[in-house]
Ligand binder design. Structure first.
Ligand SMILES: [Zn+2]
Length: 225
C-alpha cells in the first residue's frame, strides 16, 4: 500500500513500457457481453492507442448488425478489421463445443494478444462458461482476465483485479451500450441503473478516484519485483 494524503491507496500495477501498441483481445459469447464486461476499460485502451480486437461467437443477423455497430462506436473507424464474428447457436455452446474450440483456435492464429479478456469461469450462463474454458485452453502463454456480466442468475462473485475508470468513460460505456443494442432495451436487466450500479460498487471497493471501476478475475498473474 502507498499513502496519498491520509488515505491508504493500493499500489497500482502498470504495464511496462513497450515499443509497439499493446495488443488486447476480447472474447464474448454474445454481441453485448464484451461491452458490458469491460467496455470502459476498452475505451481507455483505445484512447491510449492499444491494438484492440474482439471476437463475438453467436448472433443472428440483427445481433450481428448490432455487434458491428457497437464495435464501430467503441473501437472507431477501423472496427471492421478488428471484429471477428461467428454465428454459433445462442444457448447451445456446450453442444457445439468442438466447433467453438476450433473457432477459438482460429482467432488465436489470426491475432497474438498480450492481454485477453474473457468470461468469468463460474458464470452460470452455459455459453459464457464454455468460452471461458476454451479461452484458458487456447491462450496458455497470455495474461487472461475474466470479466463479469450481471444478470438474472445472480452469479456475481468477488473479483480480485480492479480498473478504476473516469466518470467520462463510465458514462460513455453506458451511452454506447444503450445506443448500439436496441434489441436488448426491453430486457429488465439491460439499463443504466445496473451498469452504473455495478461500476459504482467496484469503484467503491477499489477506492477509485472517480467512484467508478470495472473489476476482473485475475486467476493467474506473474509478478516480477
Ligand atoms: Zn452473454
Amino acid at each position: 500500500m502507498s499513502r496519498k494524503g491520509n488515505r491508504a491507496v493500493p499500489l497500482p500495477l502498470v504495464f511496462p513500457p513497450r515499443s509497439g501498441a499493446l495488443k488486447v483481445l476480447c472474447l464474448g459469447a454474445h454481441s453485448d457481453d464484451i461491452e458490458i464486461g469491460c467496455g470502459a476499460t476498452i475505451l481507455e485502451f483505445v484512447r491510449q492507442g492499444a491494438d484492440v480486437r474482439w471476437a463475438v461467437f453467436s448472433g443472428d443477423d440483427r445481433r450481428a448488425e448490432e455487434a458491428a455497430r457497437s464495435a464501430r462506436l467503441f473501437l472507431g473507424a477501423d472496427a471492421r478489421r478488428r471484429l471477428m464474428l461467428h454465428t454459433f447457436r445462442d444457448g447451445y455452446f456446450p453442444a457445439q463445443f468442438a466447433a467453438v474450440k476450433e473457432a477459438c483456435e482460429a482467432v488465436a492464429t489470426a491475432f497474438q494478444p498480450d492481454l485477453v479478456f474473457t468470461h468469468f469461469r463460474e458464470d452460470r450462463h452455459q455459453d459464457h462458461r464454455v468460452l471461458s474454458d476454451l479461452t484458458w485452453n487456447t491462450f496458455r502463454r497470455h495474461l487472461v482476465l475474466e470479466f463479469e456480466v450481471p444478470k438474472w442468475d445472480g452469479d456475481l462473485s468477488t473479483p480480485n483485479l480492479y480498473v478504476p475508470v473516469t466518470v467520462r468513460a463510465a458514462r460513455r460505456k453506458v451511452t454506447l451500450l444503450t445506443r448500439a443494442f436496441a434489441s436488448q432495451r426491453s430486457k429488465d436487466w439491460f439499463g443504466d441503473g445496473v451498469f452504473f450500479g455495478l461500476m459504482r460498487i467496484r469503484g467503491m471497493e477499489c477506492r477509485s478516484p472517480s467512484g467508478f471501476a470495472e473489476a476482473f478475475f485475475g486467476r493467474k498473474l506473474v509478478f516480477r519485483p
